[in-house]
Design a protein around this ligand. Sequence first.
Ligand code: NI
Length: 180
Amino acid sequence: MSLWTPEAYTKAWNFAADAHRGQRVPGTERPYINHLGNVTMEVMRAIAATPIIKQPDLAVQCALLHDTIEDTDVTYETVADLFGLSVATGVLALSKDLALPKEEQMADSLRRIQQQPGEVWMVKLADRISNLQPPPGRWKREKIQRYGAEATTILEALREANDWLAQRLAQKIVAYKMYG
Ligand code: NI
């Protein structure tokens, strides 16, 4: 089993904490880094459960940085300078293209993720696992059902990347139906 290196983790964790400073997890008072810690924990748990992960640092750094380009003023170029092209390209694939109509953004991102190594697919699976927590009280039933259905689309597109995460997301999708 190959594992991540602590230095790679710490460098990306500190960078993400600075980049997201002041942001909250939507619908909560928790700092945004809480979401990044949860997603990365899911990725690390999957790495530990998988016999061969070729680039564990790519998976862990993309997990920690996955929302920097989309949600902060950090650019692709900055991520590439500090963390290398593979991480920057992975994070870019995990970012919605906000220039597209909203209903096309997920399918477009999934297509770009599928052109990346499996380590990047793992981050998207882990992101949705982490996001299938009890929905905010203001969400209407239709929105909750749409979010659950979108999770199924993600699972079907990316499940081949990692058995552990695919099974965990499948279980989360079943459990989430009780909210809709
Ligand atoms: Ni996320």
